[in-house]
Design a binder for this molecule. Structure first.
Ligand SMILES: [Zn+2]
Length: 63
């Protein structure tokens, strides 16, 4: 599994269907075979990054 943002593999599991990319500090949630991407802001809130990615980029690739 690769991060859709940085294509890195430095991804840690933080919960059920929830992952965190330690390379670009993005939270990844898998839903219906697709990533939902959220950036954790300095104040701890989450902002969605889904709009920045194409549908194909958000598809979860199982390796
Ligand atoms: Zn990343």
């Amino acid at each position: 599994m690769r991060c859709p943002n940085c294509k890195g593999k430095d991804i840690g599991k933080i919960g059920t269907n929830q992952y965190y990319c330690w390379n670009c500090f993005i939270e990844l949630t898998i839903k219906d075979g697709r990533f939902c991407l959220h950036q954790v802001e300095l104040d701890g809130s989450l902002s969605s990054l889904d709009d920045l990615f194409e549908e194909t980029e958000r598809r979860v690739e199982v390796e």
